[in-house]
Write a protein that binds this ligand. Structure first.
Ligand SMILES: [Fe+2]
Length: 375
């Protein structure tokens, strides 16, 4: 069993106001480079954080499902600026982009040259990651997911030096997050915890993180969706639940839900959390024959009181479907993807690196079945 979590985590409401102190603790007099997106700048979150660092260079062109061309453009900029520390501020896209840009700062070539595990020659620059959504846990994981737009494929770039050095996790940064994003990113976090707990590489240690994450997410997601601004406790729980799922799936893996969600995301630019939310219950139904005992344990964490595991597991799946619809997650149909595109999605899902981790072996035909059931 191995378990790796080198990121130093600062968690708490209002923590963003301590950013300067946190930077100086490990990176005194470091020159900085900020990676974020335009939405974060418009919401004023970046300005608040940046007021502590006048004149800091900013790259704010990160888009949803960040593209390889964007990362390569930012790589050119960061190589000229030569900072000591990259700050990533935003949702998973901005944090993944910051990690990829930190890699290009110390390595030649383009980001696609580093697809896979540990392909970099020099360790990337250290990253300080500040999440503003409650989903990806990119602030504590070793992976950066970048879309190669010509191949229409989500590349995973990872390695033991890709973990952010520091995660500054402030639940108050969720206050301005629109409810649909609370829902979709929160359900991404739930998917991380469910998959981490049920995939083949799960271990005793990843189970601990997954169980605590599940507990926090089930307790808080609907409340956070209903009143992210007013419900401080729900805000703190969903943020912590999201972050805790990171060490769980990063040290075990994700499974078929992410395989199909990443395929759909790379082909149709569907937000990652929405795609996960849509497929989670359908993949669980597919996995049920081999994962019912584990699902029953999750059901218990979610408050389901059923005596036999099969009934409890089915009740959990029903509950998750209900949760998605009460959070107004769109249905698969509403994405407007035609059935003649299913074979390509199924093929890409099968080719995903995480497919072998799924608790039940899933072939192209199985993914086709899952897509048809979700449609
Ligand atoms: Fe995810």
């Amino acid at each position: 069993m191995r378990f790796h979590l080198p990121t130093r985590i600062f968690f708490g409401s209002g923590m963003i106001s301590r950013i300067k102190e946190i930077v100086e603790e490990d990176f005194k007099d470091a020159s900085l480079f900020l990676v974020t997106d335009k939405g974060i700048r418009e919401a004023g979150i970046a300005d608040k954080a940046l007021s502590h660092f006048p004149g800091i260079p900013v790259f704010d062109e990160v888009e949803q499902n960040p593209k390889h061309t964007t990362i390569n453009r930012a790589g050119e900029i960061v190589r000229k600026i030569k900072p000591d520390l990259v700050i990533g501020l935003g949702g998973g896209s901005s944090l993944d982009a910051a990690k990829a840009i930190a890699l290009l700062a110390t390595n030649p070539g383009k980001i696609e040259d580093y697809e896979g595990k540990g392909k970099y020659k020099s360790p990337p620059l250290p990253v300080l990651a500040i999440p503003t959504t409650c989903g990806t846990a990119s602030e504590v994981t070793w992976v950066s997911v970048i879309t190669h737009t010509e191949r229409m494929f989500k590349m995973s770039i990872k390695g033991p030096h890709m973990f952010p050095a520091v995660a500054l996790v402030d639940p108050d940064l969720l206050i301005t997050l629109p409810p649909p994003l609370v829902a979709s990113t929160g359900l991404d976090a739930l998917t991380h915890a469910v998959e981490a707990y049920t995939v083949k590489p799960a271990t005793f240690l990843t189970d601990i993180f997954a169980r605590e994450s599940l507990k926090l997410i089930f307790e808080s997601l609907e409340r956070a969706y209903g009143n992210i601004k007013g419900d401080k406790e729900a805000r703190e729980k969903i943020m912590l639940g999201s972050t805790l799922a990171g060490p769980a799936f990063c040290n075990s893996d994700v499974g078929a839900v992410h395989c199909v969600a990443e395929a759909v995301g790379s082909l149709f630019d569907t937000p990652h959390g929405v795609a996960n939310s849509i497929f989670l219950p359908f993949v669980m139904e597919f996995n049920l024959p081999v994962a019912k005992d584990r699902y029953a344990e999750i059901a218990k964490i979610a408050g389901v009181e059923e005596k036999d595991n099969e009934t409890a597991a089915r009740e959990l799946i029903r509950m998750i479907k209900f949760l998605s619809s009460s959070l107004n997650i769109p249905s698969f149909k509403e994405l407007g993807i035609k059935e003649n595109q299913f074979p390509e999605i199924a093929q890409k899902s099968f080719e995903n690196n995480s497919n072998p981790s799924n608790p039940r072996e899933a072939g192209v035909e199985d993914y086709l079945e899952i897509l048809k059931k979700a449609a």
